[in-house]
Design a protein around this ligand. Structure first.
Ligand code: COA
Length: 136
């Protein structure tokens, strides 16, 4: 429900599952405060559309509930996703972020990439990506 509440416009069709959720190598995380789930984040194998190749992983559904932001949970979740990507031998990790999240993304090494995309409600979004050094 956090995916639905925080990452999609109210009039968008119901979305609670994303492609790749069931992949055995996907990672799904949740952060709790006082037994309430207040943050979610997932990482699934998915090629970057403009540069498709092997070992490309996508961040999906990274969100922290209003009122629980700014306390380090989003960063903790993203750190864990990036650790998982590195452990899986990722070359690229990418996601789609609204302008309000760029500063957060840059802080974790994800840089804006390519042309802007436009959300269903007209909000500009950008792909953000981080490249990993090839394993030796
Ligand atoms: C983006 C989001 C997940 C951040 O979660 P959060 O729990 O508030 O983030 P944190 O408290 O862990 O912040 C981690 C670091 O990023 C920084 N940061 C957080 N949001 C930021 C922003 N919008 N701009 C710049 N820096 C930001 C924090 O200052 C902190 O830096 P520090 O460690 O030097 O103090 C949250 O704002 C959110 O759910 N946004 C809506 C959903 C969304 O945009 N998801 C897409 C993410 S790619």
């Amino acid at each position: 429900m956090l995916r639905r509440a925080l990452l999609h416009a109210p009039d968008e069709p119901f979305v609670s599952e994303y492609p790749g959720d069931d992949d055995p190598e996907a990672l799904h995380l949740a952060g709790y405060r006082d037994r309430e789930m207040v943050g979610v984040a997932s990482l699934v194998p998915e090629p970057l559309p403009v540069e498709p190749g092997p070992d490309e992983w996508r961040i999906r559904g990274l969100a922290v509930e209003h009122g629980h932001r700014g306390y380090g949970l989003g960063g903790l979740l993203l750190d864990r996703l990036l650790d998982h990507a590195a452990a899986m031998g990722a070359r690229i990790v990418w996601g789609i972020a609204p302008a309000a999240a760029y500063g957060f993304c840059f802080r974790y090494g994800l840089e804006r990439h390519g042309e802007p995309l436009v959300d269903a409600d007209g909000t500009p979004l950008y792909r953000v990506i981080a490249r990993f050094a090839p394993a030796r």
